[in-house]
Design a protein around this ligand. Structure first.
Ligand SMILES: Nc1ncnc2c1ncn2[C@@H]1O[C@H](COP(=O)(O)OP(=O)(O)OP(=O)(O)O)[C@@H](O)[C@H]1O
Ligand SMILES: [Mg+2]
Length: 222
């Protein structure tokens, strides 16, 4: 306001006003985007838990991210367990989480590759480990992060991207935990990160609400 009052004497002050207005617009847009995402997330508060065949969900996610990947010189590869693992989850939310992870991976690859134009890869795998946990791993070729960086990246609103909101991972972790699973990251051999969704063998019992229906179908005594 001060700059605006002095504008007749110092026309260059208008530039400052313009700069200030642009910042206000930027922050307002950001706030509105945050609210939009939080509402979309909360609206789906009524989770629709169902048995989900992971390989099918992952094929869908890869198809949905293909265009963005190609545009950025990134190849998406799937290594899927032969006997497609099944978990209890909301398929729409699970898909949203995996899209988030693949997008972050694409962005990490692009950042690491710089101007080289070299093709890079993101690998999505499913498997059941020797603890009988079901895993989905998304591995990129980004610059990776140390333990402190990994801890930080799951904090809400932590972002290193000019247009980022820093909500993708914190929401994704909440969603996976809502299914009775875990979302973590570890450094990968590629130099990038592996984001790992892990579902314990008795995951359907841990997940809140209605999941007991699947553990014990009607007519079958627990
Ligand atoms: N695969 C990755 N490799 C390296 N750093 C990552 C990776 N994924 C996320 N990060 C870091 O963690 C931060 C937070 O990620 P998150 O997905 O929560 O938010 P964002 O991508 O910045 O914004 P958005 O809310 O739009 O997703 C990123 O800004 C980035 O610095
Ligand atoms: Mg993100």
């Amino acid at each position: 306001q001060r700059f605006l009052k002095e504008a007749d004497k110092h026309p260059d002050r208008l530039l400052k006003v313009d700069d200030g207005l642009q910042k206000i617009v930027h922050h307002a847009n950001r706030a509105s985007e945050v609210i939009k995402r939080l509402r979309a997330f909360l609206r789906k508060g009524q989770k629709r838990m169902a048995p989900v065949s992971l390989n099918a969900v992952i094929s869908d996610v890869v198809k949905l991210c293909q265009w963005e990947a190609e545009k950025n010189g990134v190849r998406l590869q799937e290594y899927l367990a032969a006997d497609s693992p099944v978990i209890t989850a909301d398929p729409v939310l699970l898909e949203q989480v995996l899209i988030n992870l693949v997008r972050n991976g694409i962005e990490a690859n692009v950042e690491a590759r710089g101007e080289t134009g070299r093709l890079s890869y993101i690998v999505v795998t499913t498997c059941i480990n020797d603890q009988r946990e079901t895993l989905i791993q998304v591995t990129d070729e980004g610059t990776g992060l140390d333990d402190e960086g990994i801890r930080q990246m799951f904090q809400p609103f932590f972002t290193s991207k000019p247009k980022g909101l820093g909500l993708g991972l914190s929401m994704s972790r909440s969603i996976i935990e809502g299914f009775g699973g875990f979302l973590d990251a570890i450094p990968a051999e590629t130099g990038g990160l592996s984001l790992i969704c892990r579902f314990p063998p008795n995951q359907h019992r841990l997940a809140p609400n209605r999941t007991a229906d699947f553990a014990h179908p009607p007519g079958e005594k627990p």
